[in-house]
Design a protein around this ligand. Structure first.
Ligand SMILES: [Zn+2]
Length: 315
């Protein structure tokens, strides 16, 4: 299955693509070869000594995705973006994002966010963000990772940042749902699955009726709550980054299908959550290109049109 996804993707030209969820910077540590769409998350026992921070079962696969060699991540990812005609929204520290922008100005849409709502430097962070969005051309406020701190997106400590985004008419991108590794209990003690419930966005959206929201990772796996939120809020879009390669393949396709068949084919946006493996871009585009439950038009909407509309990219 995986091999044919790659082959078909190489054969057919999917047209221009927008990846709405990438990260600037080089993540040198922990760069392991990866088998996407592992079938299982394994249980562990604290009595067995140090537990691995990731629960993905180790399966063999083709293709295995390899991290770039040291110093090669940026050139390899940019080469893949050129080959596959991808424009990406890059999130991160402004200085890091600007490095990517300098290397490929036509392919990089810059994004940045506040670091934490629990630090005392809120005034500084707000000032920095205002400069990024009004003077430095940053287009999206993200990735907002409140769930990793165990905090709801509607928590009033985050309110000044969202008020700023609405005032400046900047869309926000919030991590909601996926915990990724199946081992948050081992590796991230402040992470709370419950804080990724898409319905926690309702109070925030009620306070900011003009705010445009990208629900990162589509609130996976809370499909019903995600659909409930989409039904109630026409300014909400989702991205399928991360989940597209880090959960079982059948389940990923079922989730995307559910969102599209629920009537929201114009709100689902392609993304990778690109962190380590340059081959991830082609692989994840292949998942959409090979989805037999999507029409050619629905594939184009997911790979390009929905993001262009959300980001107000002029054709
Ligand atoms: Zn995320």
């Amino acid at each position: 299955m995986i091999g044919s996804a790659m082959a078909q993707n190489a054969a057919g030209d999917p047209g221009p693509v927008i990846d709405v969820h990438m990260h600037a910077g080089e993540f040198a540590s922990g760069g392991m070869p990866m088998c996407p769409n592992a079938d299982r998350f394994l249980a562990s026992d604290p009595a067995d000594g140090p537990e691995a921070p990731f629960g993905w079962s180790k399966e063999d696969c083709t293709p295995r995705l390899y991290p770039a060699a040291k110093g090669q991540y940026m050139p390899e990812v940019l080469a893949e973006m050129k080959r596959l005609n991808v424009t990406g929204v890059f999130f991160g520290d402004p200085a890091e994002v600007k490095k990517w922008q300098a290397a490929a100005p036509e392919r990089v849409i810059p994004g940045t966010a506040f670091k934490s709502v629990t630090t005392p430097d809120q005034a500084d962070q707000l000032k920095r963000l205002e400069v990024s969005f009004t003077k430095d051309g940053f287009k999206v406020m993200g990735e907002i990772g409140l769930q990793y701190e165990g905090i709801s997106p509607s928590d009033m400590r985050a309110e000044p940042y969202f008020a700023l985004a609405e005032k400046l008419d900047i869309p926000v991108a919030i991590h909601m749902g996926t915990g990724g590794s199946g081992r948050s209990n081992v590796s991230r003690s402040t992470f709370r699955g419950s804080m990724g419930n898409p319905l926690l966005l309702e109070d925030l959206l009620a306070r900011h009726p003009k705010l445009r929201v990208q629900v990162m990772h589509a609130g996976y796996p809370m499909a019903e709550n995600m659909l409930t939120l989409l039904q109630a809020n026409s300014h909400v879009y989702v991205d399928i980054a991360g989940l597209i390669w880090s959960y079982p393949r059948k389940e990923v396709n079922r989730y995307i299908q559910r969102l599209v068949e629920g009537g929201f084919g114009d709100r689902v946006m392609y993304g990778t959550d690109q962190l380590l493996w340059p081959g991830l871009m082609a692989y994840s585009i292949g998942i959409i290109q090979n989805a037999d439950y999507l029409t050619p038009e629905q594939k184009r909407d997911i790979l390009y049109n929905n993001a262009a509309r959300f980001l107000r990219i002029k054709k």
